[in-house]
Design a protein around this ligand. Sequence first.
Ligand code: FES
Ligand SMILES: [Fe+2]
Length: 387
Amino acid sequence: MDSATDTTSNWVDWALAGPGTVGGTYLRKFWQPVAVSRDLESGKALPIHAMGEKFTLYRGQTGIPHVVGFRCAHRSTQLSTGWVRDDCIQCMYHGWRYDADGNCVERPGEKNPGAFERANIPAYPTREFLGLIYAYFGEGDAPTFPPLPGYKDECVVENHVLDFPSNWFQTMENHFDETHIAFVHSFGGSHNNLGRDVRLPDTNAYETDFGMVRETSVNCGEVRKTLYILPNIMRILIPSFSNLNDVGGWRDSYIILVPTDDENHRVFFTQNVQIDEKDMDAFHATHAKFDARVAEHRPIADIAHDVLAGRTHISEHLDHPHLLLLEDAITQGGQGQKVDRNMELLGRTDVGIVAMRKVFDREMRAVANGEPTKGWTPMEVDPVLGF
Ligand code: FES
Ligand SMILES: [Fe+2]
C-alpha cells in the first residue's frame, strides 16, 4: 500500500505531541509560538500548556520573555503564581528564586540559602517576532530564528490566538483542503468571492525547499497559492474576521498550529494589514469594537463542543466575531478530537492531503528510525499569494 494512504496506527503516533512520541519529537525540532506578546506585560508570568507539557512563561522586568519549568523544585507549586524579580521568578510558596536559565539562585531560610544546583529547573530559549513569543523545546542548539520571513511591506501586524478542540494534525490536513470552504464557510460566506461556492477547485500540491505549496483554481482560472513552512506553518491570504472586513481587506497571514495536548491545539495568527495612514484611526476604532465583541462571546472551542453534543447549532452563532474559525472548529472537532483515520475514505478532493501525508510520512519515519529529517531551508522571499 502506498505509504500516503497507509492509515495504520502510525498516524496516531505521528499526530501525538508529547515528549518521546514520534510526532512530539519532530515538532520539538522547530521554534513554536507560545503566546501573543501583548498578552504578557513586563513583570508578569503566565502558565502555558504546549505539546502535552506545562511551562512557566514570564517577562522579566528588562522586558525579555523567558520560559522555564512549570513547577518549583521545592514542593512543586506552580511558579507562574509567584513574583517576577528582575529576570528571575520567585516561588509564591516559600520564596525559592530561579534565574532565566532555570538555576535556583536563592532558598530563603535554608542553611545555605544561595545557589543550589540540585534544585535547578528546565529553561528554554525564547524569542519574539512579529507580535508572538516563541520558545524552543528541542534538544541541542535551537534552529535559525525567526522560523518564518517577515513582511517586505510590513504595515500593521495583527495577532490572534484561538483554542481548537481537536488534534493539531487535523487542522494541518484541513489546510491542504480548499474544497471544505464551499461547505464549511457557507454559513458566514467569508470566502464567497473566490467562487469556490459555485464550482469546487482543482488542487495541485508539491514539495519545495521550505515545505510545500498548494495551488488551487476553478476552471483553470486565477490561481490561489498557499505556502507551507513545514511542519506547522501556513502562509495564506484569508478574509479578516467578521466586522473587521471593511478595514484592511484580506490578510496576508501566517497561521501556526501548536498542540496543547493530543486532543486540543492553539492556532496562532500573524497577519499583515495594509492600512493607509489616513485610515489608521478608523482601523484602531474598528479593532477596539472587535475586541469588545470577542470579550462578549464564548470561546469557539466551547461552542463547538456544545454543537457536537447537540445542545446548539451553528445557525445560532452567526454573529460570533470568530465565525470563520467556529465553522472550522466544528468540523475538525467533529472528526473526533483525535480522529481515527482507519475510518476514512479518501477521494479526488483529498489530493492535497495525500500529498502532505507523503511528506510527513517520510519525515516521521526518519524520526522514528533515528535518521536525519529534511533540513527545510528558511523561506527568504516575500511570496506572491494569488487569489
Ligand atoms: S514550593 Fe516553591 S518555594 Fe516551596
Ligand atoms: Fe476553513
